[in-house]
Unconditional design. Structure first.
Length: 211
């Protein structure tokens, strides 16, 4: 009787061990699949091109783009976005190396004008969240620009750099060309804010060096 009982107990232990192992493997596969979906379907690593976003981002700096929310939500004003330049209907030119990054100023349906170095939205002066250099040139925005229902007006954080919606060759950014919202920089690691915060960090370093 004892031998039979011990044998049954061993079988139960083996069954339990097999069950726990299978459950663990399923959990591992699920976590790996979830991580793959997040990385490949929700997030994208992009490299900043040029100096147009200084001192928020610098050329060659890697950032993480949230590509998920653009499917359900319209990016808000002041968001830093990644997008493909306008290439007509040919999407073959859309490679990661062609992705650009700028800050949204004007939203779909709004009227944008730049006068005296300041941005005006629907006739009212825009109070921006960060301190930028004044726009030295209005470009094509010296005349009021009406945005379509799927268009955004973007500016460089380095406002002396006209490689943005002020340029007729650059033009406005269509919603279909958006890659997503830039929210994280990798080196140095941190969330995306604006040039004012970075200037503050530089000022702190200078004060320490003077001491």
């Amino acid at each position: 009787m004892n031998l039979r009982f011990e044998e049954e107990a061993k079988k139960e232990k083996r069954k339990k061990l097999i069950f726990e192992t299978i459950r663990y493997l399923i959990l591992v596969v699920f976590v790996i699949a979830l991580a793959w979906c997040v990385i490949n379907l929700c997030l994208k690593k992009v490299t900043m091109i040029g100096s147009s976003m200084e001192n928020t981002l610098h050329g060659g700096q890697e950032v993480i783009v949230n590509t998920f929310f653009k499917r359900f939500f319209t990016p808000s004003r002041n968001s830093v976005v990644a997008f493909f330049p306008e290439t007509g209907t040919d999407t073959k030119e859309r490679t990661d190396s062609s992705i650009l990054i700028r800050r949204i100023v004007g939203l779909p349906g709004e009227k944008v004008r730049i006068s005296g170095g300041y941005v005006y939205i629907d006739g009212k002066k825009l109070e921006e969240d960060f301190e930028f250099d004044r726009n030295v040139s209005s470009g094509q925005a010296d005349q009021e620009t009406k945005l379509g229902d799927d268009e955004f007006f973007v500016l460089s954080d380095k406002r002396t750099d006209l490689d943005d919606s002020r340029s007729s060759s650059f033009s406005k950014v269509k919603k279909e060309n958006l890659v997503g919202t830039v929210f994280l920089k990798l080196d140095p690691f941190g969330f995306i804010s604006g040039p004012e915060a970075e200037k503050g960090e530089d000022d702190t370093k200078e004060e320490k060096s003077e001491e």
